[in-house]
Write a new protein. Structure first.
Length: 721
């Protein structure tokens, strides 16, 4: 759990209204605010790690501006208000992406690439000898950017953000220069709307030069070129961005009103004609062998390249195939990032901290003597669980040939891309004589409740995770759940960040989600008396809370924080049940062991035993049920949006059986779901259609029994048009 940070205590002057400040007090306060705001800016822009909410930040800026307005002669060259492009308050404007910006699935081993190509062949029903062309492109380690051109003119540049909404950095992007990002697209027949996507990066040489300059000026040192590119671009003062050398490679697109080409490689060439740089190493490959050979070749050239890359991206070249392949959750089926092997380093383990998560899991985190690995300074390493420390794997097999990990040990750690660093080995000959085996706590370090390892039915062994049994009485679990509840993908409550949640929890005002919605009624007055909570920030906070009293069903289900229910599963449940009431009733039946309800849940896409069991466990707990009831009284849960209502099969349940000849089973299911139908695994009286190919067996009999409409593959295709 993150350390609790109280809002900073303030001296009297810091609370004095600006109108009442003497000149001397104002001078001190102005200087103090300038330092504080600069610190927040640095954490936000350069480290991507803000320590205050936007509302708190705005309040500081407003106070700063008010002092300056009253005593204009306090203004110096360092004044924040003189920074070009700096809005009086707030940060970058938010931009909603017309087409979501997605990420990529990763491949590490060659087998992952073999599997990737195999999946594509199966999905598209291609025979072994049918060639597939792939565009293989170096994976640039920078930050992705979406550039929107309307009638050929650059109108918006946005960062990826959470994929749905990014930050408007148009002014910053324009400082990169026409050679990197053209302000107007070149060529004839430019579509009315063209969104070009790609990577903003800084060369390794420029990164080193920049760090030297930063060091001389006593300024932040960037850990790697990626951070320096991101930090340089996301500057409110565009003159700072302008002084930083940044480049751009185009490799993808978002909304395009009229597609100019029908292949990935064609699009890349087209980007060049529009005035963009594309990566010169990009190559078309036709087989797994060619992809892997290309990966090896790029891996060898990597160190000599002037920019950082962390792998090679393979994309199916034909766009009609890309379209058929579609997406799984947030990643395309038609592309994968083949990462380069992890980088390693040797250091000392100086301690082990135990963190308690939302589900009560006790996770050991190794504290390291800081060490550089692949350009990043690493000082924490995940130690997974008790068995991992002992040298025992998930199936009871020895890890590191059974060597345990002790405080004081010299360890080899590795980093693979964005993955959290891991310990790969322990050097026994360097083990200090005094080092003793690590004793994993059997009590929760946060609430003191017993921490136990449940029996895992599947493996017949104790579960590898030790969990706190404190439930909601454990502050760590309650707070972690509240953090998930208010997070972007759940209730998305602005101004209710980690720090505020911990603070409200400590005060006893917010112990469970429902309390967030009664906070204003019950604690407004007290809150206003708290240091750091002014009228404006309190008003903003309550407005943010109020704006979330209506919520989509999938977000609501996700926000409950049921184990194993992530966003995708929540979406599937929401689509499957349609309304909160229907889900709630079904889940209660599942918790009571009702077989029909279990079978119905099981039939939903992405749902299996793990989710069903977790849902049952969650609802068996009376405290959870009561908390949900209290919450449901505070909010209105909107029925799930049906993905498509204009198709003939929207809302219908379909089951596929037997051999399909025109498409694979996966493709058929994905198409049905795209058109708003539910693709189920088994036939019940709720099934609308059974699509039966040759060799259909028991499902066909079952369908006849329930009077379900049975279609041939051709009849099905005719139905969906
Ligand atoms: S394609 C839907 N191509 O990698 C696919 N991404 O891990 C969109 N990246 O967010 C991405 N080089 O920032 C693509 N040649 C390339 C890339 C690339 C770097 C980054 C990009 C993306 C991330 C995904």
């Amino acid at each position: 759990m993150a350390k609790r940070t109280k809002p900073s205590s303030k001296t009297n002057t810091q609370k004095t209204p600006v109108e009442l400040l003497s000149k001397k007090q104002a001078e001190a306060e102005y200087a103090r605010l300038q330092t504080e705001i600069a610190g927040h800016d640095k954490r936000y822009y350069q480290h991507d790690a803000p320590s205050v909410s936007d509302a708190e930040y705005d309040e500081l800026r407003l106070r700063y501006n008010a002092i300056e307005a009253r005593f204009p002669d306090l203004r110096t060259l360092e004044s924040l208000s003189l920074k070009v492009g700096a809005a009086p308050t707030g940060r970058f404007k938010k931009v909603r992406h017309a087409v979501r910006m997605l990420s990529l699935d990763n491949a590490f081993a060659e087998q992952d690439v073999v599997d990737f190509v195999g999946r594509i062949r199966r999905f598209l029903n291609l025979s072994e000898d049918e060639p597939i062309a792939f565009s293989a492109e170096p994976k640039i380690d920078g930050l992705s950017m979406s550039l929107r051109y309307v009638d050929g003119e650059l109108v918006t540049a946005a960062t990826r953000g959470d994929g749905e909404e990014g930050e408007d950095v148009t002014a910053n992007i324009k400082t990169l220069g026409e050679k990197e990002v053209p302000h107007a697209l070149k060529g004839k027949k430019i579509p009315a709307v063209t969104e070009v996507r790609g990577e903003v990066y800084m060369t390794k040489a420029d990164f080193l030069k920049l760090n030297e300059r930063q060091k001389a000026a006593g300024d932040t040192i960037f850990a790697n070129p990626r951070n320096s590119a991101a930090g340089s671009l996301r500057q409110k003062d565009v003159s700072v961005t302008a002084s930083r050398p940044l480049g751009f490679f185009a490799y993808a697109w978002g909304e395009i009103s009229e597609m100019p080409k029908d292949s990935q490689s064609g699009m890349i060439k087209w980007f060049e004609t529009c005035g963009f740089n594309t990566n010169p190493l990009t190559k078309i490959c036709h087989s797994v062998e060619e992809l892997i050979a290309f990966h090896r070749q790029i891996g060898e050239e990597r160190a000599k390249l002037d920019y950082d890359i962390d792998g090679v991206v393979y994309k199916v070249d034909r766009l009609d195939w890309q379209e058929r392949l579609g997406f799984v959750s947030r990643t395309p089926r038609w592309a994968i990032a083949h990462k380069f092997p992890a980088e390693q380093a040797t250091t000392t383990l100086i301690g082990i901290d135990i963190q308690v998560g939302r589900t009560g899991a006790l996770t050991p985190v190794g504290k390291l003597e800081p060490v550089g690995v692949g350009g990043v300074i690493v000082s924490n390493v995940t130690l997974h669980n008790e068995d991992y420390i002992k040298g025992i794997g998930g199936k009871g097999e020895p890890l590191r040939e059974g060597r345990d990990i002790r405080i004081g040990d010299t360890v080899i750690i590795q980093r693979a891309g964005d993955v959290i660093p891991q310990v790969v080995d322990v050097l026994l000959d360097k083990r200090p004589k005094k080092a003793r085996p690590y004793e994993f706590p059997t009590q929760c370090p946060v609430c003191g409740s017993d921490a136990v390892r449940e029996h895992d039915e599947a493996s017949g062994r104790p579960d590898s995770v030790r969990r706190c049994t404190g439930g909601f009485i454990c502050k760590a679990q309650a707070v972690e759940h509240l953090k998930l509840f208010t997070s972007r993908r759940a209730f998305d409550i602005d101004g209710l960040g980690e720090k505020q949640i911990e603070f409200f929890h400590d005060k006893g005002w917010v112990k469970e989600p429902a309390d967030i919605f009664t906070l204003e009624r019950k604690h407004r007055k007290e809150l206003l008396e708290e240091e750091g909570y002014g009228e404006t920030s309190v008003r903003n906070l309550f407005a943010a809370i109020d704006s979330r009293r209506e919520i989509a069903l999938d977000r609501f289900i996700y926000a409950l924080g049921i184990r194993h229910i992530g966003e995708t599963t929540a979406l599937s449940l929401a689509r499957g049940y349609g309304s909160w009431q229907a889900f709630h009733d079904a889940a209660l039946k599942v918790a009571k062991g009702d077989e029909e309800a279990i079978a119905e849940m099981d039939a939903l896409d992405q749902i299996g035993d793990t989710v069903i069991e977790a849902t049952a466990d969650y609802l068996k707990e009376k405290r959870n049920l009561a908390a949900i009831e209290r919450l449901a009284k505070q909010v209105k849960v909107l029925d799930a949006e049906k993905p498509k209502t204009d198709s003939k099969i929207a809302g219908k349940t379909v089951v596929f059986t037997g051999a399909l000849e025109k498409m694979t089973r996966d493709e058929a299911k994905a198409t049905a779901e795209r058109l708003g139908a539910k693709a189920a695994g088994s036939v019940s009286k709720k099934t609308d259609y059974l699509v039966a190919g040759p060799g259909a067996g028991s499902k066909l009999a079952e369908a006849t029994k329930h009077g379900v409409t049975v279609l041939t593959e051709d009849e099905w295709l005719a139905l969906i048009g």
